[in-house]
Write a protein that binds this ligand. Structure first.
Ligand code: I24
Ligand code: DGL
Length: 265
């Protein structure tokens, strides 16, 4: 199908998911919208996240998207069910794919989840994990310091390690948790630091990577994959400052994105 796939996020973090989607689905065309103006979502009340997320969805619907990917964990936690009920296209969030992968990986079903305050308070991860398998021990932990840390460009080094260690210290008391879900768009960028702090015995699951696998399966199952000859021309939109978004996105993808625009929702 010759229609684009929509991707929404609270800002630039969802670019980690978008990159993985483009890698796994190189013939598909993507339209990304990041609400950088109102980022972060992770510390906002559910109702605010709900309203902002719908504004993003309504914007992307103008582009006749054939599928919607909610790349933001916080938006997925608060709004995914409502989106699924009200849209007539497939909607995929980042929580279920990560949860499923964690259950497949874990030997002892002791699974940790880290995310924003909103994601953790919503209990969306424990709910979804227990839906898939009823006998799971879920250890949830909000890490509000980690998004600001990544957004300062602190991705490695002693100071980053100290903040990650401090954030994850409640997990110290938990014996033999063998799997940890990165329940936030930004955490894959500090995955090596998180791995070092948790130790090599813990398997880390990156929700974004797992989501791209699911999107691919759902497109194929619904016969929505693109099968023509054109080269995809992706579009990127930000609600915030264009130059800052461009700078981060270009550096993340490693080339100049040809179409980046700032929009008002
Ligand atoms: N990474 C993120 N956000 C930033 C940043 C970063 N600055 C440096 N790096 N800033 O998120 C966000 C600040 N807002 C201000 C308002 O406008 C929008 C931006 C994670 C990016 C995920 C792709 C570090 C950095 C980078 C490029 C790629 C990766 C990365 F600059 F971690
Ligand atoms: N995108 C958000 C998430 O994955 C992190 C940034 C924010 O708080 O908006 O939960």
């Amino acid at each position: 199908m010759d229609q684009p796939i929509g991707v929404i996020d609270s800002g630039v973090g969802g670019l980690t998911v978008a990159k993985e989607l483009m890698r796994q689905l190189p013939r598909e065309e993507f339209i990304y919208l990041g609400d950088t103006l109102r980022c972060p979502y992770g510390s906002r009340p559910a109702e605010e996240v709900r309203i902002y997320t719908w504004e993003m969805v309504n914007f992307l619907m103008q582009y006749r998207i054939k599928m919607l990917v909610v790349a933001c964990n916080t938006a997925t936690a608060f709004v995914l069910d409502e989106l699924k009920q009200n849209l007539n296209i497939p909607v995929v969030g980042v929580i279920q794919p990560g949860a499923r992968a964690a259950i497949k990986t874990s030997q002892n079903l002791k699974i940790g989840v880290i995310g924003t305050t909103g994601t953790i308070q919503s209990k969306a991860y424990p709910d979804v994990l227990r839906d898939i398998h009823s006998e799971i021990d879920v250890y949830s932990l909000a890490c509000p310091q980690l998004v600001p840390m990544v957004e300062k460009g602190m991705l490695s080094g002693g100071e980053a390690e100290k903040i990650v260690e401090e954030s994850l210290s409640p997990f110290k008391d938990i014996q033999d948790m063998d799997t940890l879900i990165l329940g936030c768009t930004h955490y894959p960028l500090i995955r090596p630091v998180i791995q070092k702090v948790m130790g090599e015995e813990v398997t880390i699951i990156s929700s974004g990577e797992e989501t791209a696998r699911d999107v691919s399966a759902i497109l194929s199952y619904n016969d929505l994959l693109y099968n023509g000859e054109r080269k995809p021309s992706h579009k990127f939109f930000t609600t915030g400052n264009l130059a800052i978004f461009q700078h981060i996105a270009n550096s993340w993808f490693g080339y100049q994105l040809p179409f980046v625009k700032s929009v008002r929702l």
